[in-house]
Write a new protein. Structure first.
Length: 317
């Protein structure tokens, strides 16, 4: 049994899963779901799956990773479930809210596994405790069918964005911990993996205005890309150096601002020509809570490189 729990950093997992042994892993850069889950469930790095965030360019046009997308949205990858099927292991996936994303990204995650529809639709907005309880009920139903491996996607991230690691979030994680103890008593080995953590953001009107002025300056494509606390801009022809300086002036107090090649030199993403065509020329990586995230109503976000965002658990009960 594998719980794919979205949005849970290492420290909160250690606090809420006392019955588990939590190993520390480092997630992808950017620390975001579309990039991290692809790497986790295929073993492919950014240079192969080519999904560097939520929004990026493919053949010069902006795309959303979880949208329908073009045929070449994702590079050639093979999921772990396809490899398991080749050696006779039957995998069943309860996709949760990812079932609402029927494009190339979600298909790549679950390739080779049997998809199981949830027993009832999720509430909107979701209560994380209901999400966890429903996942447990669905898992119990699938375990009864005799699958060798059951994987359940559990969305905690939606609530974390709105209220952080609140009592409701911790109670939801405790529900999963209790269920895992019960499965262990049935001799079902249970594991959990997350994709990223999250950290507090505090919108600043002045910083947001500087971001808007930069995007509207005519120096770049008005459609930015990235993921939460990492954002990039595609410069207009001949404007790269000017845009880089303007971005450093506008965001230098809340972000590390660099060219995409400097990011590659730091080893944060690979120096792959196919990948670098998809990301913007100028990249801003959040270093402060006032960084201008795409959705201003978020209280917690991720994407950047702080320990709260990057350190994730691999738990075994």
């Amino acid at each position: 049994m594998l719980l794919a729990v979205d949005g849970v950093g290492l420290s909160i997992a250690e606090a809420c899963w006392p019955a588990a042994r939590c190993e520390s892993l480092v997630t992808t850069f950017p620390s975001t779901s579309t990039t991290a889950w692809l790497t986790a469930l295929t073993g492919a790095g950014l240079e192969r799956h080519l999904v560097p965030g939520m929004v990026f360019q493919v053949d010069g046009s902006p795309v959303e990773a979880v949208g329908p997308g073009p045929a070449n949205l994702i590079g050639p990858v093979e999921s772990v479930f396809s490899r398991l099927r080749a050696v006779g292991v039957r995998s069943s996936v309860i996709p949760g809210m990812i079932a609402d994303y029927p494009g190339p990204w979600s298909r790549a995650l679950w390739q080779g596994a049997s998809l199981v529809a949830p027993t009832r639709p999720a509430a909107t907005p979701p209560d994380p405790r209901d999400t966890a309880s429903q996942a447990v009920a669905d898992i119990d139903a699938v375990l009864a069918t005799g699958a060798d491996l059951v994987i359940a996607y559990v969305d905690i991230d939606s609530t974390v964005h709105q209220e952080g690691y609140s009592d409701r979030v911790q109670q939801a994680l405790a529900i999963l911990d209790s269920a895992a103890i019960g499965w262990r008593r049935q001799e079902i080995r249970t594991m959990a993996l997350s994709d990223h953590g999250a950290t507090e953001v505090r919108p600043d009107a002045a910083v947001a205005q500087r971001w808007t002025a930069m995007v509207d300056s005519g120096l770049c494509d008005p459609v930015s890309g990235g993921a939460g606390r990492v954002r990039w801009l595609h410069s207009c022809p001949g404007q790269h150096q000017r845009l880089l300086q303007v971005a450093r002036d506008a965001l230098g107090d809340v972000a590390w601002v660099a060219s995409k090649w400097e990011v590659a030199q730091r080893g944060w993403w690979p120096a792959s020509e196919n990948l670098l065509r998809r990301v913007g020329d100028v990249v801003a990586v959040a270093t402060a809570p006032a960084f201008p995230v795409p959705q201003e109503d978020m209280r917690y976000e991720h994407g950047s490189i702080t320990p709260m965002e990057m350190l994730i658990p691999f738990a075994v009960w």
